[in-house]
Design a protein around this ligand. Structure first.
Ligand code: ADP
Length: 396
């Protein structure tokens, strides 16, 4: 079975082609284009590259194209992309303005180009859909809840990969298998063995922390939109609900301008006044820049706040996992997040931590009760696997 995973940006198209023949999981091809101005041509060129590389002979050989879509109104999980789902995505364009519109355009172009190939979406909200209601609700009037003002959570493909892989690393193939079947069975919490408790820290351009019990999310730091939780690269993260009306009145700016400043000029960029990239901020902090240091401190404190919340909620943890650009590459930030937690049984191996960059490794000290891992995430593989399961498990 050959599944193409297409990653669509407003001016980029990236893809990975997986082959699941003979029970394997093989990456057959990967590629992409930046600064795309003619999207139909980019899709055409993608097909041509796949053929030139002999990854496919004909596009109808593709069993499906999978998309890591972000959010849709009243739709989540792994679903076939039809008119209804596309409309539901359009209904929430405002919640994911950088992602939903280009995805909708790109998906429609794929539908025209490969009309016989099923197009399947795995929504980033999917992994959190079975979390307890109490962790998904805001304390707003019921009418607000009814129109969808509730926590959805994101980075679902990444946290799901961590749920599966961490269970394997902890020797719990039962939980890993259960986690893999999450969207088929609806939840993964009913297992026979001891509960498996993992805290997944996806720390990247955007960041979220998720509590995972027996392979399923019990709650996550991002909310109704990806504009909440930890400070993001240039987005604010958590903010008091009164702050926006106060800023609008005080500065005499529009809601749209306030939104722009909170989504483009805030987060690590706003705090540091330097950059939205942790590399540049950390360099400046090392040279004594106080704002840069503060930016990293606020980020670290927020990560610890969310990790602490799930540590309590899960009654401890078997593992804390770091993933994504910062989590995989920044030993200094991992060290700051894990500092002074010995009393909770969380102890980093300082030397091991320093040596680990973008590889899978355990970085906890031998006497740490909680294992600490770096696990490079593989979101495209999760989309491909779920697309495959979707095709196999349902009569679609
Ligand atoms: P995105 O969420 O946009 O996919 P990433 O997961 O790549 O982004 O995370 C981007 C962040 O990770 C940046 O702050 C960057 O400084 C950091 N980062 C990414 N790659 C590296 C690297 N190789 N070395 C150090 N930091 C990195």
């Amino acid at each position: 079975m050959k599944i193409l995973v297409a990653n669509i940006g407003s001016t980029s198209l990236k893809w990975r082609l997986f082959d699941f023949a003979n029970g394997g999981e093989r990456l057959l091809h990967k590629g992409g284009f930046e600064r795309v101005t003619d999207y139909p041509k980019a899709i055409e060129d993608c097909m041509m590259e796949l053929k030139n590389a002999k990854a496919i002979q004909d596009e109808n050989e593709l069993n499906a194209v999978g998309f890591k879509t972000v959010i849709a109104k009243n739709v989540t999980g792994c679903v076939r992309l039809d008119e209804r789902v596309l409309q539901a995505m359009a209904d929430y364009n405002g919640l994911a303005p950088a992602h939903n519109p280009p995805y909708i355009t790109g998906i429609k172009l794929f539908a025209q180009r490969v009309p016989k190939v099923p197009l399947i979406a795995l929504f980033e909200t999917a992994f959190h859909q079975f979390a307890p209601e109490a962790s998904l609700r805001y304390a707003v009037p019921e009418s607000w809840n009814q129109i969808g003002i509730r926590r959805f959570g994101f980075h679902g493909a990444s946290h799901k990969f961590i749920a599966e892989r961490s269970a394997e690393l902890l020797g719990r193939s039962d939980v890993a298998e259960r986690a893999k079947q999450l969207y088929v069975h609806g939840h993964a919490t009913k297992i026979s063995g001891a509960p498996l408790r993992v805290i997944s820290c996806h720390l990247g351009g955007s960041s979220s922390v998720t509590g995972i019990l027996n392979g399923a999310s019990i709650g996550t730091s991002m909310g109704m939109s990806p504009q909440s939780g930890l400070p993001q690269n240039n987005r604010v993260g958590d903010l008091d609900a009164e702050a926006i009306p106060y800023a609008v009145k005080t500065f005499g700016i529009s809601i749209e301008e306030a939104q722009r400043q909170l989504t483009k000029e805030s987060g690590l960029k706003g705090l540091s006044g330097i950059s939205n990239d942790v590399r540049e901020i950390a360099d400046a902090a090392a040279k004594g820049d106080a704002k840069a240091k503060l930016a990293i401190d606020v980020y670290t404190a927020s990560a610890r706040h969310w990790i602490g919340g799930y540590f309590l909620e899960l009654n401890g943890a078997d593992a804390i996992v770091f993933t994504a650009g910062i989590g995989e590459n920044r030993a200094d930030i991992r060290e700051a997040i894990c500092a002074n937690l010995e009393n909770l049984g969380i102890k980093l191996d300082a030397e091991k931590n320093k040596s680990v960059r973008a590889i899978e490794a355990e970085i906890s000290a031998p006497d740490s009760r909680v294992k600490i891992f770096v696990i490079p995430t593989n979101e495209e593989l999760v989309v491909a696997r779920e697309t495959k399961r979707f095709l196999e498990n349902r009569n679609n």
